[in-house]
Design a protein around this ligand. Sequence first.
Ligand SMILES: C[S@@+](CC[C@H](N)C(=O)[O-])C[C@H]1O[C@@H](n2cnc3c(N)ncnc32)[C@H](O)[C@@H]1O
Length: 201
Amino acid sequence: MSDVQRFIRFCESEFGTAVMDREAAYVKRHVATDDRILDIGCGVGSLEERFPDHEIIGVDRSEEMTRAARERVSAPIVLGDATALPVATGSVDAVVFVSTLEFIPDADAALAEATRVLASGGTLIALVLNTRSEYVQSNLQREGSYFRRMAHRDSEVLTDTVSEYVDGERDLFLGISGEEVFESSDPTAAAISAVVGTPTE
Ligand SMILES: C[S@@+](CC[C@H](N)C(=O)[O-])C[C@H]1O[C@@H](n2cnc3c(N)ncnc32)[C@H](O)[C@@H]1O
């Protein structure tokens, strides 16, 4: 089974659906209904699927992911790299990374691009896997886990880097224990570490 098939299977499982629903709900709380949203590292379009009434564009550097996303969602899906976005300067109101930034070795280049494409006063939302959580740690230890491709294995350091680019808030959310998903901001239970803010001048 290919990476993409495995990922689709995860996204469509009960557990994956619960995870994606909570991530999308978090993003929704931080965007306006008429915001133009850019989803960087959109994968197979799980966020786009949950934003049918928003103007949202997905971008991913994987041809296979973008092909699968186009089959699954009607939102525009663009092939492109986070470090050289094929998107005009100042053209979107919100930029979102959902479990993507930690897979990009040059996070600074991706953040510089994300802030470049944001319109003045726009919102950057970075959701990164919380490496202090038991869920992420157990996946990092599991042979064959996709998480092992993470270029950044310390989410505190990565979220500190994001905070250098934006004025905003930080959160922990998405408690996971086994396949149970629940509300939690406990650093050992919350799988996601979030930074939301407006680019510093
Ligand atoms: C763990 S998946 C997350 C997908 C999606 N955001 C989600 O939550 O379902 C990480 C995604 O980031 C993409 N990605 C990794 N590096 C990238 C880069 N430099 N530019 C664009 N996409 C990238 C991968 O191809 C993959 O689809």
